[in-house]
Design a protein. Sequence first.
Length: 114
Amino acid sequence: MSKHQLGEFEEIVMLTIGILNEEAYGLAIKKEIEERLKRSVSMGALHTALYRLEDKGFLTSELGEATKVRGGKPKRFFKVTISGQKELRQAMEDRQQLWRDIPSGVFELFPSGK
């Protein structure tokens, strides 16, 4: 396990950035999370997570071109770093191991008749 641990929302944000790839900027990330997970996301919470992940070295960002649509303001695009990818892989492996370690019959994952 690494010295950093991802919170659930941080993990979701990083995975969403991976999904969006070259189009991963604030509003697009927010919309993608809300559409996929049916979960409301405030821009404040998203920005806090983005900058915290950048501080941890799991994301990098760069400004795009200024656009008239945004009043001359450029979008900030995010990418998951190699370190962030390793952290995501570790989180995935940890979760998979937890699922594997649940004794048979403890969770009825696919109830019959419902």
